[in-house]
Design a protein around this ligand. Structure first.
Ligand code: GLA
Length: 386
């Protein structure tokens, strides 16, 4: 999918040219996993894989969506937003609009065609791109006056309230706020953010897609959240200043291991350490110290595998295989877990060999073709007209 084909598709489907073209990218996360809903830090960026929207206003209230890749449509003639059991993709669009409506924002009707080159189920946040993308284009078409951050927050509410996935704010933030050749550190407590250049000429980011999608991902995710909250409730009895895991230092946690149920302790330990790692990773980026960044990524993987327990055998295999390769500075599973991609920090000149080796090893071990995606960091959601 690209600008031209989405434009043509709109023309064919609605019989006229669109008023606006919008690109809403997927995201990677360099480090800082499962820290967003614990008021910690994340370090994501938007990538050169995106959902492309072509859209126009309507004179009535109707919402007309056409998902070009699926060749499926969804229509709400009176603009009413009701959860869809069958066409689940529509819920991401409707959820975002529903939350806007709750805030008294009632844009008019729209015709939308969208298509994507974000691999589905790979953990690259196509759902966040859908949610924030539709709000972004409504904001442009109807001049709603929403800031980028308003869009991010509404998109997250749509996913939490309407879709029912209790995700943090990272995915939509990265999709909307990304910047070319930069990652962005977000403090999920106060939503302050800083861009860090990621333009090292000697390294590339390569994603390895395990092709695994665990059916329990949403429920396991919500369970992890609840376990973190339980940890906070218990630790609060020792220090009333603790509101979120962000407020717990590794030293404090080590002193009070015995008050927590073992599993809750493991979850807290991972999160507290990971929040600390993001800070170290940012310092390493400033120093241009890719070796340290890579080492931190490996540590994150171990924590996600052993303590947070959201990895899976396929992703563990991919990380172990990468670890054996001296051209790989760092590797870890990325995103919510239970499948999806690993992210690898690879010496640039070694990328073709790395990909060939990983594909061969994966084929041999799992009799499955490994998809790999070298990624570039791009701007966040943007209008493409002109
Ligand atoms: C998913 C969620 C994010 C974040 C990551 C884990 O992608 O949508 O909010 O919690 O998992 O870091």
């Amino acid at each position: 999918m690209d600008k031209i084909s989405i434009q043509q598709c709109f023309q064919e489907y609605f019989g006229r040219a669109p008023e606006i073209l919008v690109r809403a990218p997927g995201r990677i996360n360099l480090i800082g996993e499962h820290t967003d809903y614990n008021a910690g830090y994340v370090l994501p960026g938007a990538i050169d894989k995106a959902i492309w929207f072509a859209a126009s206003k309507r004179t009535d209230q109707a919402l007309h969506f056409y998902a070009a890749d699926l060749e499926e449509s969804f229509t709400s003639e009176n603009g009413e937003v009701i959860f869809q059991r069958e066409k689940t993709w529509a819920n991401y669009l409707l959820g975002a609009i529903s939350e806007a409506n709750k805030d008294g924002i009632h844009p008019g009707g729209i015709n939308v065609v969208f298509g994507s080159d974000i691999p589905l189920g790979a953990g690259l946040s196509s759902s966040a791109a859908l949610e924030s993308g539709v709000l972004f284009l409504l904001n442009e078409l109807y001049q709603l006056g929403l800031s980028r951050m308003d869009i991010v927050k509404l998109a997250q509410r749509g996913e939490n309230e309407f879709v029912g996935m209790k995700c943090g704010i990272m995915d939509m933030f990265a999709s909307v706020m990304g910047k070319e050749n930069h990652v962005v550190r977000l403090d999920c407590r106060n939503l302050q953010y800083d861009y860090f250049p990621f333009d090292a000429p000697e390294v590339s980011l390569v994603l390895c897609d395990s092709g695994v999608k665990h059916a329990l991902v949403d429920s396991e995710y919500n369970t992890r959240r609840a376990e973190c909250e339980e940890g906070v409730r218990i630790l609060q009895t020792l220090d009333a200043g603790i509101q979120r895991l962000r407020d717990v230092s590794p030293e404090f946690l080590a002193l009070h291991t015995s008050v927590l149920p073992p599993v809750v302790y493991q979850r807290c330990k991972y999160v507290v350490e990971e929040i600390h790692r993001v800070k170290q990773a940012c310092e390493a980026l400033v120093r241009h110290d890719m070796a340290t960044l890579g080492k931190l990524m490996f540590e994150t993987h171990s924590g996600l595998q052993r303590d947070y327990q959201v990895s899976c055998p396929e992703m563990d295999f991919l990380v172990e295989e990468a670890r054996k390769n001296s051209s790989v500075l760092g590797a870890r599973m990325m995103g919510g877990g239970f499948g999806g991609c690993t992210i690898n920090l690879v010496k640039k000149e070694a990328v073709p060999d790395f990909i060939a080796h990983m594909q061969e090893a994966y084929q041999e071990n799992y009799q499955r073709k490994l998809k790999t995606y070298p990624v570039q960091l791009t701007n966040g959601t943007e209008v493409l007209n002109g």
